[in-house]
Ligand binder design. Structure first.
Ligand SMILES: [Cu+2]
Length: 477
C-alpha cells in the first residue's frame, strides 16, 4: 500500500492558495485569495481581531435572520454572524482562542466546541446556558498535536436539535505546525439536511403529531441535502490535482455514506486529525457529528462527477423512511478543461499516534444504549453517571441493545477505538464520535489528561440527546 501511495500524484499550488480556505468575513487580516471553486463553496472565516501573536480573538453572535437556504425561497433561520453555516473558526495548534459570544436569540443557548480539548467552563454544555441578550467569552488554548477538523454548535438543555436545525453550526479547522500535506488545496464540506414547509419555514412538527413522533424516534431528517448550506454546488478541480477535503456531518439525524463513483478516495484523517498512514477507501460512513479528511483526485479534463450519498440503513424497521435506499447527489465535482497539472508525492507516513496503554487502565465502564436511554436512565444533570479523576485511563464498553444505530459522542477528551464487536480496530485514530450500529458493541480507551469538570457523553442523534439519551462524566481534580 505505502509503495502505491508514494506514487500518488498531486498538484503543487502557490502557497497563497493553501491553508486558510475561505474568504475573510470582514476586513482586517489581509484577504487570502481563494480559487474559483473555493470562492463558490467555502463559508467565510471568522475575522481575527487580535494583534497579539498566537492569539485568535473573534466576535460571534447568534441571532434570528432570513436567508435563502433553498434556491429562490427565504426561510427564517438562526444564524451565526448572519451565515448558515456559521463562519469557520480557523486556528493553529498552540493558539490562545477567545470567542466573544453574544446571544441575540429568543431562547437560551450555548456554543459547544465539538471535539476540542478545553476547560469545562468553555465546553458550552447544558451546564452553562447563556440567556437571551447575554454574552459570554469562551477561552481556550489549542493543544499541540490536535490539528484537525472540528465544529461548533449550540448544546442547550433539550433544544440542541431545534437550534442546529434552525441553522446554528459552523466548522473549526486547526492547522498543524508541521502539516505533512501542506501543498494540497483544502476544501471544507459541511454536510447537512433540512426539511421545509411550502412557505419556506423550517419544518418542526408538533412533538405530539405523527411526524413529530417519527422525528423523535428516528432523529429529524430532511429531503434537502446541503454542502456548506448550498444545494448541489459545483466544486472545481484540475486534472491530476489532488484536493484535501475536510468533511463534517452537522446533521441532526442523518448518517452520510459518501462516495465518488468511479474513483477511490484516500482517507487521511478522522475526528481528531490525521491518521498514521493514508488509507484508500471506496466510501466513508460519517455519523452525525463525525468528520473525515479525504484526498480526492481530479479526473479527465472537462469531466464531471457527483459526490454521492449512498443508502445506509440506520433505522428500526417500524420507522424506516420509504426512500431510505435512494442514492442522492451532494455536489458536482467538475474537472476543469486545462492541462493535467504537475504532480507531487503523498507521504506514506502522516504522523505517529501513540496508542493509549491498556495496562494502565484503572476502570472498565459498561455503557448500554437502549432506545432513548443510557444504562436504563434518561439524563439528569443533578446525577453523576460516571465518576473518575484526572490522570485515569479507562476502557468504555459501549453496547447498543436496540435495532437502530446510536452514534456515541464524548465531550472534552478524544479517545481511541480498541475494537468493534470484538474485531480489533485496524487503524489508530483520535476520535470523539463513534457510531454504534444496531445490536453491536465497541470498546474505546480514553485518558483524562487534565481539565476536571462535568462532561457530557451522549447519543449524537439530536432528538435522542434532547430527550435524555445523555449522561454525565465527572472528572475530579
Ligand atoms: Cu440515539
Amino acid at each position: 500500500m505505502s509503495k502505491m501511495l508514494m506514487l500518488l500524484t498531486v498538484l503543487v499550488l502557490p502557497a497563497t492558495l493553501v491553508a486558510p480556505s475561505g474568504p475573510r468575513e470582514t476586513s482586517g487580516a489581509p484577504a487570502i485569495k481563494p480559487d474559483a471553486g473555493a470562492l463558490a463553496l467555502n463559508p467565510p472565516l471568522l475575522a481575527n481581531i487580535s494583534k497579539r501573536p498566537k492569539t485568535v480573538e473573534v466576535n460571534l453572535t447568534a441571532a434570528v435572520a432570513r436567508l435563502e437556504l433553498q434556491p429562490g425561497v427565504m426561510s427564517e433561520v438562526f444564524a451565526y454572524n448572519g451565515h448558515v453555516p456559521g463562519p469557520t473558526l480557523d486556528l493553529r495548534e498552540g493558539d490562545h482562542v477567545i470567542i466573544h459570544f453574544r446571544n441575540e436569540l429568543p431562547e437560551p443557548t450555548t456554543v459547544h466546541w465539538h471535539g476540542i480539548h478545553l476547560p469545562f467552563e468553555s465546553d458550552g454544555s447544558p451546564f452553562h446556558p447563556i440567556k437571551p441578550g447575554e454574552s459570554k467569552d469562551y477561552d481556550f488554548t489549542v493543544r499541540p498535536g490536535t490539528a484537525g477538523t472540528y465544529w461548533y454548535h449550540p448544546h442547550p438543555d433539550q433544544r440542541t436539535g431545534f437550534a442546529i436545525g434552525k441553522g446554528l453550526f459552523g466548522a473549526i479547522v486547526v492547522h498543524a505546525a508541521d502539516d505533512p500535506l501542506p501543498q494540497l488545496a483544502e476544501k471544507l464540506l459541511i454536510l447537512s439536511d433540512n426539511r421545509f414547509l411550502q412557505d419556506g419555514a423550517i419544518d418542526f412538527p408538533e412533538p405530539a403529531s405523527h411526524h413529530g413522533s417519527i422525528d423523535e424516534e428516528n432523529g429529524r431528517e430532511g429531503p434537502v441535502l446541503f454542502v456548506n448550506g448550498q444545494v448541489m454546488p459545483t466544486l472545481r478541480i484540475r486534472s491530476g490535482e489532488m484536493q484535501r477535503w475536510r468533511v463534517v456531518n452537522s446533521s441532526a439525524g442523518r448518517i452520510f455514506r459518501i462516495a465518488l463513483p468511479g474513483q477511490t478516495m484516500i482517507q487521511v484523517g478522522t475526528d481528531g486529525g490525521l491518521l498514521e498512514k493514508p488509507i484508500e477507501v471506496k466510501e466513508v460512513l460519517l455519523a452525525t457529528g463525525e468528520r473525515a479528511e479525504l484526498l480526492v483526485r481530479g479526473g479527465a479534463p472537462g469531466t464531471k462527477t457527483a459526490l454521492q450519498n449512498l443508502p445506509y440503513d440506520r433505522y428500526s424497521p417500524q420507522t424506516r423512511p420509504a426512500d431510505w435506499n435512494v442514492t442522492r447527489d451532494l455536489l458536482t465535482l467538475e474537472t476543469t478543461a486545462g492541462p493535467t497539472v504537475r504532480p507531487v508525492a503523498i507521504p506514506a507516513a502522516l504522523r505517529k499516534i501513540i496508542p493509549l496503554d491498556t495496562t494502565k487502565v484503572t476502570a472498565v465502564r459498561q455503557i448500554v444504549f437502549g432506545q432513548g436511554i443510557i444504562n436504563g436512565h434518561t439524563m439528569d444533570m443533578a446525577r453523576v453517571d460516571v465518576s473518575t479523576h484526572v490522570g485515569a485511563t479507562e476502557i468504555w464498553e459501549i453496547t447498543n441493545i436496540v435495532g437502530m444505530d446510536h452514534p456515541f459522542h464524548l465531550h472534552g477528551f478524544q479517545f481511541q477505538v480498541l475494537d468493534r464487536d470484538g474485531v480489533r480496530e485496524p487503524h489508530l485514530a483520535w476520535k470523539d464520535m463513534l457510531n454504534i450500529p444496531k445490536h453491536s458493541s465497541a470498546r474505546i480507551i480514553v485518558r483524562y489528561d487534565d481539565y476536571p469538570g462535568k462532561w457530557m457523553f451522549h447519543c449524537h442523534i439530536l432528538d435522542h440527546e434532547d430527550h435524555g439519551m445523555m449522561g454525565v462524566l465527572e472528572v475530579k481534580p
